[in-house]
Design a binder for this molecule. Structure first.
Ligand SMILES: [Zn+2]
Length: 162
């Protein structure tokens, strides 16, 4: 069930390809533990024959299971490539491989979808990340601030009491 088009079908008219490409066929190695491909890629592509090649255009969509790099919260990232288009030469050095009159579009789709992967997935653009007492307050690094601030806080409380 790979994503391929038969050249003979294209002789007469453009071919529309619609469906889902299973995770296994898509076979993306994200090399990244914060991104996981857990669902099939859906595609809606029209392929037409041009002089010396093919033109594939349509749209691609894929849901990624991501982990926020700041707060580690898992979330779903909906990736879309719309419009997607790709010229497939049938001649010359860059020609696409043809096997039994068929051209496999999977490698092209894989290549282009990978380019759209988030570099640093965030659950929210405003995500503040995990609470961290030594960061985010604009204080200088080191424990000195904390040991000084605690007694003064108690001093403030004592003032209130009396
Ligand atoms: Zn987050």
């Amino acid at each position: 069930m790979s994503l391929s088009v038969n050249l003979r079908h294209l002789e007469a008219h453009p071919v529309r390809l619609q469906g889902e490409l299973p995770v296994k066929e898509l076979d993306i190695d994200t090399r990244d533990e914060v991104i996981e491909v857990a669902k099939p890629l859906s595609y809606d592509i029209e392929v037409e024959k041009l002089d010396g090649g093919l033109l594939a255009q349509g749209k691609l969509a894929l849901s990624l299971q991501c982990k926020c790099v700041r707060c580690l919260k898992p979330f779903e990232y909906r990736l879309k490539v719309n419009p997607w288009s790709r010229h497939l030469p049938l001649q010359g050095e860059d020609r696409v491989p043809v096997v039994n009159d068929c051209i496999d579009l999977t490698p092209l789709v894989r290549e282009d979808i990978l380019l759209e992967f988030p570099q640093h997935p965030l659950c929210d653009a405003e995500c503040r990340g995990l609470p961290n007492p030594t960061a985010g307050k604009g204080q200088k690094p080191g424990g000195a601030d904390q040991t000084e601030s605690d007694p003064s806080a108690w001093a403030e409380l004592n003032k209130l009491k009396f």
